[in-house]
Write a protein that binds this ligand. Sequence first.
Ligand SMILES: CC(C)(COP(=O)(O)OP(=O)(O)OC[C@H]1O[C@@H](n2cnc3c(N)ncnc32)[C@H](O)[C@@H]1OP(=O)(O)O)[C@@H](O)C(=O)NCCC(=O)NCCS
Length: 155
Amino acid sequence: MSAVRFRPLNRKSRAEIARVVTDYERSPLEWDPAHVIEDLRIEQSIEGLLKPDADRRNWIEVVCDESGSVLGHHWLRIEGEGEYRFATIVSLYLAPALRGRGLARRLKEHGEAWAREQGATQIKTTVHLKNPRMLALNEAMGFERGMVLMSKRLG
Ligand SMILES: CC(C)(COP(=O)(O)OP(=O)(O)OC[C@H]1O[C@@H](n2cnc3c(N)ncnc32)[C@H](O)[C@@H]1OP(=O)(O)O)[C@@H](O)C(=O)NCCC(=O)NCCS
């Protein structure tokens, strides 16, 4: 794979927003084959990001190829106020062909810089225990493990 470029998501492009939201919704299939993709939720996320004021708290950087096609993204959201103002990582995704080149690390560095500029005092994320790549990357970047979400299928 040749050169890639980092740039903000084109928030006027429904197709580009749809690419990011679909990658986000599909990525749990990589560690949970039973993950269910809900078309309605995808549509609602796309509509939410198309709203003009979605920019105020959401930040999405994309990685694209030479033709401008989106092949990965990092999506953060600012929550809370004052000393409780923190950034949540909504999603991080890279197309398989781009993995292992340090691009996720660079996306995360950019995202953390943005969160600091917004006055966030902490950055939080949830990671599945069956996703060792992401656990390793977060820990390498200084994240500490916290709560464990437990769940059980009921039929
Ligand atoms: C997780 C993901 C974003 C990593 O992207 P990437 O560009 O390959 O990551 P990088 O090349 O920046 O790797 C950075 C670090 O991640 C860890 N890592 C990456 N690939 C790994 C692998 N196959 N096994 C173990 N650790 C790995 C390492 O700590 C690596 O640091 P190192 O290169 O110094 O050893 C990518 O695999 C992906 O999109 N996965 C599917 C979506 C996903 O899991 N998103 C996170 C949801 S919480």
